[in-house]
Design a protein around this ligand. Sequence first.
Ligand SMILES: Nc1nc2c(ncn2[C@@H]2O[C@H](COP(=O)(O)OP(=O)(O)OP(=O)(O)O)[C@@H](O)[C@H]2O)c(=O)[nH]1
Ligand SMILES: [Mg+2]
Length: 420
Amino acid sequence: MFIDKVKIYIKSGNGGDGSASLHTEKYVPNGGPDGGDGGKGGDVIFEATTSENTLNAFHYQKHFRAGNGENGGKKNCYGKQGEPITVKVPVGTVIKSVDGNVIADMFYDGQREVILVGGKGGRGNYHFKNSRRQSPSFAELGQRTEEYEVVLELKTIADVGLVGFPNVGKSTLLSVVSDAKPKIANYHFTTLSPNLGVVSYHDSTFVLADIPGLIEGASEGLGLGHSFLRHIERTRLLVHVLDISGSEQRDPLDDFELINNEIYSYDGNLRNLPMIVVANKMDMPEAEDNLCRFKKKYGGKYQVIPMTTIIHEGVNEFIATVAKTLEGVAQTEPLKYQPYKLQTEENDEFEIVKLSNGAYEVTGGLVTQLSRKVDLDDYDSFRYFQRVIKERGVETALKKAGAQDGDTVIMGEIEFEFVV
Ligand SMILES: Nc1nc2c(ncn2[C@@H]2O[C@H](COP(=O)(O)OP(=O)(O)OP(=O)(O)O)[C@@H](O)[C@H]2O)c(=O)[nH]1
Ligand SMILES: [Mg+2]
């Protein structure tokens, strides 16, 4: 199993509710409001790590929820903040909304991004105390947060991508030049997920990615499909490995054309990457002749390195050539994107629409904010509500929209009769 694209569900914590406690003591029956604030809900944070290179873990766990903030208590006790949750993803993971907007590109090892912010804690009742309202018996509810779906898409980041038909020796090459230990076997599709290896050359290193073999039609989903090609999009150089001996009765020159065709029809921009050719299996019959033919046709355009990977022949030349070529190629950059925010900022805007039944509905950020503070059964709270809608211009706007005495006004859960 190799998962490189997956949908998961994330939710930051709700804010804790503010407390509406009134201080009481023996002999001091009305000591004033002492309700503490609710704690902020936990954030959802993503962190990029090199210790994973698949999204397989998300096959088993798809829901990630940060902790809720605790409610405020008496004696001005603050509620505890909710525990944040950290979701670890392999370096190269792009986080997108379900409709494809990029939220973050987790490009660097250790990169942390707050993707969802925890709900605000509600304020305790003492915040609502004023000269006329000495003992408010209401407090603010914590902000409730929503659950969001996000799509994780792994786009491996490597300097070099190894491409070619199945069984040509890509994984063998990776195992010979790096510490990676990919599976190697004499059949097609031995490699089922990309393998990364670090190659050292003098003082420098480069990262090599071995991807599953491609066949004709891969860009339309044949074989293991083209989804693996997404793992060479973020490389700086392609190494095309050929079985130059044609040991499986294919002409290596045809292989070369065919695989290039698949790669470039998947993404035309990949033409901009330099390509080096490894003519592998030089120990086999026919290899010399085929190499000659190949060089005649393509030698002017491509650097061709003959190799017998199983006995490490040509390996040093390979490493040196790749390292030198990379010197002249720009580093891969993170995606260029305007980060898409899943959550909308709290605001105090509002809009009024007249419904077909004659009622007026007020919607918008102000209504969401107020609905956390208002309890119409509570007299103090109701007075507070009346004051706010006057101060924020809701009353005037309702009049302007044509509301008359006795008309019904709906604001979220709240419904009341308009009084001019
Ligand atoms: N004769 C010969 N055989 C080789 C050479 N290099 C690799 N092989 C053999 O070719 C077979 C396939 O090697 P792999 O490295 O698994 O090939 P691959 O390209 O990664 O194959 P997939 O993962 O299926 O795409 C193995 O049996 C290797 O031992 C070589 O230089 N000469
Ligand atoms: Mg392989």
